[in-house]
Design a protein around this ligand. Structure first.
Ligand SMILES: Cc1cc2nc3c(=O)[nH]c(=O)nc-3n(C[C@H](O)[C@@H](O)[C@H](O)COP(=O)(O)OP(=O)(O)OC[C@H]3O[C@@H](n4cnc5c(N)ncnc54)[C@H](O)[C@@H]3O)c2cc1C
Length: 494
């Protein structure tokens, strides 16, 4: 089997960057693949390198010193020919080769990507390595509500991505809703960049944190971060409304107002509390759902996390249950960039150890990384419990609310699939209604359909063999790319 690297890392967010840098320090040859135009993932999303000077976004970031150090490490390794950095390459499928025994003859992974640097032209790229580390992060978790399909309704992650990736303030008068601490940086960033933030609706009760205050108390950095956002919001007179939700968006051609309501403890709107707020843009986010597209077909075990998602099961060294396959960051559970960085480092240490190489991190540093992982995971568990999807959220839906936008399947059809068709998970609803069968393949509507039919079980996405739509031209290329991986077009080095 021809190999182009000792390790392929998919995803150049905090987890993948930290993993690649650690593996390079340990002397491995690494291929780092990311579908984005710049390294950094969601947390350190930047404009593409050529546009960075003209689009100032540095003020929106935290921890840039660490980001720059990671970039320098990658650049140095690229210059020495040890790093093959492939930006604008989307991995659509990974297969496992050989007999599957770790380190056994022929074992390893074939990573299929499409090179989109010259979009709309796509070319196939194949990379092989004995070990694979998947750090593909998470998606915004969406719940539908009447009017959520109007132009002007976005995800909070989408609003943040527009800000960080292009300094675009998506609206002039904005309402945010959903649950979780992520609402705060988005509200603060929008307000600081000149948008009027008319309402921040947090569905959870902040007192829920009092049920497990330990992780919060042990994380003073989170307090400080929260206080900074609080100060920015106070300066711009933005009010956070706890136990409140955006229950509908209204408008003709695009959103022009939202209806917000106070919530009872089960999440149902309190009668008589509903009011309208005029806006031109809405951002909604109900936490995140791990992006498991590449991992599910490889057959690794999953486990339940405390936020309603199934995540990849890993051991204390970030090894999945598939030999040679490692995972780091939010595919293993949503917990923020600090956790992702630490998991990336741990995973790379395991890759080095399993391959018989010397460790890259000293004993003390490794102990500190492990302590970070434990502390941040405890915080993530507490966050998941404090910011659940409200039990009664589906009462906000009318029967004609569209749930699956690609196939235009309504909440009424999903309810009927459950009541009349006996569907008890989102896959069965798919068979009965075509939900999740369109362009997004259930990435957007999957968690919502799951919450409608099986709210007490963890959400596991449908297994998809193709993680991104691929052109026939790229598939036609595949045979050649598969035979001559070294002959594929040059990588983009930093
Ligand atoms: C839209 C969005 C915006 C967010 N913004 C913030 C923020 O501003 N602040 C904050 O604290 N947290 C933010 N988060 C939470 C965030 O996910 C961080 O906690 C952190 O970035 C997680 O790091 P990670 O390395 O696990 O994943 P990510 O940072 O998500 O990195 C994953 C990387 O994998 C790449 N990728 C995924 N699938 C493929 C594939 N098939 N082929 C090739 N590449 C692939 C992606 O392009 C991405 O660069 C955001 C999350 C989302 C979904």
């Amino acid at each position: 089997m021809s190999e182009t690297a000792d390790l392929v890392v998919v995803g150049a967010g905090p987890a993948g960057l930290a993993a690649a840098a650690t593996a390079l320090t340990g002397g491995l040859r690494v291929t780092l693949v990311d579908s984005g135009a710049a390294v950094g993932g969601q947390y350190w999303r930047h404009p593409p390198d050529h546009a960075r000077r003209t689009i100032p976004t540095a003020g929106l970031h935290h921890g840039l010193r660490e980001y720059r150090a990671l970039r320098r490490a990658l650049s140095a390794a690229g210059a020495r020919g040890r790093l093959d950095l492939r930006l604008a390459h989307h991995v659509w499928c990974v297969t496992r080769d050989g007999d599957g025994e770790d380190g056994g003859a022929g074992a390893g992974f074939t990573v299929h990507a499409v090179d989109r640097r010259r979009a709309p032209q796509e070319t196939a790229v194949v990379v092989r390595a004995p070990r694979l580390l998947v750090a593909t992060g998470a998606y915004d978790r969406q719940l539908p509500f009447p009017g959520w399909d109007l132009p002007g309704v976005l995800t909070v992650g989408g609003l943040q991505a527009l800000l960080k990736g292009g300094a675009v303030v998506a609206g002039s008068r904005v309402a945010l809703g959903g649950t979780g601490p992520f609402l705060l940086p988005v509200a603060a960033a929008l307000a600081a960049r000149g948008a009027e933030v008319a309402a921040v609706c947090e569905a959870a009760d902040p007192r829920a944190w009092l049920r497990s205050p330990g992780p919060l108390l042990r994380n003073p950095a989170k307090w400080a971060e929260g206080a900074r956002y609080g100060a920015t919001l106070a300066r711009h007179r933005v009010r956070i409304r706890p136990r409140t939700a955006i229950v509908a968006a209204e408008g003709t051609d695009r959103v022009s107002r939202v209806r917000i309501a106070s919530l009872a403890p089960d999440g149902s709107p309190r009668p008589g509390t509903e009011r309208r707020v005029e806006v031109d843009t809405v951002g909604v986010g109900w936490g995140f759902a791990p992006q498991l597209d590449l991992l599910l077909p490889l057959g690794c075990d999953l486990t339940d996390s405390d936020d309603g998602n199934a995540v990849v099961a890993v051991d204390a060294g970030q090894r999945t249950t598939v030999p040679g396959l490692y995972a780091a960051g939010e595919v293993c559970g949503v917990g923020g960039a600090r956790l992702s960085l630490a998991e990336g480092r741990l995973a790379a240490e395991s890759v080095l150890a399993d391959g018989g190489a010397a460790p890259a991190l000293g004993r003390r540093r490794l102990a500190a990384v492990r302590a970070t992982v434990n502390g941040q995971r405890a915080f993530a568990r507490a966050m998941g419990r404090a910011h659940p999807v409200p039990q009664a959220w589906s009462r906000w839906l009318t029967d004609d609310t569209v749930v699956c936008r690609c196939e235009e399947v309504t909440a009424g059809a999903v309810r009927a699939a459950r009541a009349d068709g006996g569907a008890h998970d989102h896959r069965q609803v798919k068979q009965l209604t075509r939900v999740g069968m369109g362009w997004c393949q259930g990435r957007i509507c999957g968690p919502a359909v799951h919450c409608l039919v099986a709210p007490h079980q963890a959400y596991t996405p449908t297994e998809r063999l193709i993680a991104t739509p691929v052109t026939l031209g790229a598939l036609a290329d595949l045979d050649q790319a598969g035979r001559t991986p070294e002959g594929t077009e040059g990588a983009a080095h930093e």
